[in-house]
Ligand binder design. Structure first.
Ligand code: ATP
Length: 451
């Protein structure tokens, strides 16, 4: 890993803290390892990631419906699904440095990654990743419950409820966004791997004969989603799992991977799960989870295609991919400076439009506030700033990825009411009549492409 690449990650992490995207959790108490809090801009960024996913999965189609299931579910759910017996990573300890590692993450299992000597590792042992707690006042084995390690099982257990209440028939999907918890052995790489994280998962139920076609469809669709929201396609790849990586019931699995500064990493997994999950819950619960097809007058257990993405990993990917440092030269003074800029898609950017009165007088602040209200009404996230030189105000917005800055100046209040709109990526300014402002911004939002 080169220094340049290593430092890119450091710079993104430092920007996240400085500008309020991500903070170390419990920082005033010295922090807690691998736990993070999202600050004002990070909360907006994550909300936009979820909104963009929900839009593509639920809003823009009529064959997928939403769900919001509980984090704590009946413990039998996790026995039937196989998580109690098998949701484990193999763990090894280094006898020399006392470090603890995931067996499948060691480059060479015989070589200890931190202290060097070979062969000084304990035998691998299974470590269940589910967090256990107790429901109610008595802490005994009968009260053990788990924090869900994935959102998917809540979808399978509600299969009949959704079919009956929303009148869905295969092919159809159920989408869910929510927190999941895994007691990871080696969390790290900022928010890439944490013990508490948010997932965006969709289970797509299809007639068994059609699962190959739908698998292909979802692989393409999910890959395209990341580039639609501005991630550079050359940094993305689809990686098909080898036969020995697949779970015994799985017919295929593909990861969408991104090339992070620390190497290629999984963003999302698209899995062909067959009828494994519905069968497992039918067996565990004693309920018939098959679907009655009115057309053929026959019953079958649908097969499932599951695109499962991580919200935090996606937010981090958008941040890392958007980050840039550019040398720019001021036309008037001829001086060069470095501008830090996040080239976010306008729908991902935490702030869509910033409003700057040129000076704090002559009716400009009042006019800026009026315009701000108009933009808020049009559903845009705005930011008002009247302090400092305009150039510095632009730089502050570039650094957090605000696509457009609007300046309210003399002609706005005394002349035709027009404002200047400055574009983050091209740094070009245009004068726009007040009635054209909202339609123009909406059009630019639709047409935006990563330069
Ligand atoms: P990995 O191999 O990285 O541990 P996984 O294959 O176990 O991940 P899945 O169970 O397929 O992950 O979960 C779907 C998605 O949820 C992942 O692609 C990732 O984006 C996200 N995710 C999983 N575990 C974590 C975690 N510990 N922290 C943050 N995101 C996670």
């Amino acid at each position: 890993m080169s220094e340049r690449i290593e430092s890119l990650m450091d710079r993104v992490v430092s920007l996240c803290k400085r500008r309020g995207f991500v903070f170390q959790s419990s920082e005033i108490y010295g922090g807690i390892n691998s736990c993070y809090d999202y600050g004002p801009l990070g909360a907006e960024l994550k909300r936009n990631v979820k909104e963009a996913w929900w839009r593509a999965m639920v809003v823009e189609r009529d064959d997928i419906v939403g769900l919001d299931s509980a984090i704590i579910q009946h413990p039998e759910v996790w026995r039937s699904s196989g998580h109690v017996a098998g949701f484990a990573d193999l763990l090894v300890d280094c006898k020399v440095c006392k470090g603890r590692f995931r067996w499948d993450h060691l480059p060479d299992p015989k070589q200890c990654p931190t202290c060097g000597p070979k062969g000084d590792l304990t035998e691998p042992r299974a470590f269940n990743l589910m967090f256990e707690t107790h429901a109610g006042p008595v802490k005994d084995s009968a009260s053990v419950v788990y924090l869900r390690p994935e959102t998917a099982q809540g979808i399978f257990t509600n299969f009949l409820n959704v079919v009956n209440s929303a009148r869905m028939a295969p092919p159809f999907g159920v989408a869910q966004i929510g927190k999941s918890f895994r007691n990871e052995i080696t969390p790290g790489n900022f928010v890439f791997r944490t013990r508490e994280f948010e997932q965006m998962e969709m289970e797509f139920f299809v007639p068994p004969a059609d699962d190959g076609t739908w698998y292909e469809y979802w692989r393409k669709e999910r890959f395209a989603w990341y580039s639609r929201y501005g991630v550079r396609p050359e940094k993305l790849r689809l990686r098909e799992h080898a036969q020995d990586e697949l779970a015994h019931y799985s017919k295929g699995c593909t990861d969408v991977e991104y090339e992070y500064p620390f190497g290629w990493g999984e963003l999302e997994g698209i899995a062909m799960r067959g009828s494994f999950d519905l069968n497992a819950h039918a067996k565990g619960s004693g309920k018939d989870l098959s679907f009655f097809d009115e057309a053929t007058k026959s019953r079958y257990v649908p097969h499932v295609i599951e695109p499962a993405a991580g919200c935090d990993r996606t937010a981090m990917t958008f941040l890392v991919d958007a980050y840039d440092e550019e040398t720019i030269t001021d036309e008037e003074s001829g001086k060069s400076e470095t501008r830090t800029v996040l080239h976010f898609h306008p729908r991902i950017a935490p702030i869509t439009v910033a409003l700057f009165p040129l000076v704090k007088k002559a009716g400009m602040p009042e006019r800026a506030r009026e315009l701000q209200r108009t933009l808020m009404d049009a559903g845009m996230r705005t930011y008002y700033d009247e302090k400092g030189a305009i150039g510095r105000r632009y730089r502050r917005q570039d650094e957090v990825g605000t696509p457009w800055c609007i300046t309210i100046d003399g002609p706005t209040v005394e002349g035709d009411g027009s404002v200047t709109v400055r574009d983050r990526d091209s740094m070009k300014q245009v004068r726009v009549a007040p009635q054209e402002l909202v339609p123009m911004l909406l059009q630019r939002m639709r047409d935006w492409k990563r330069a």
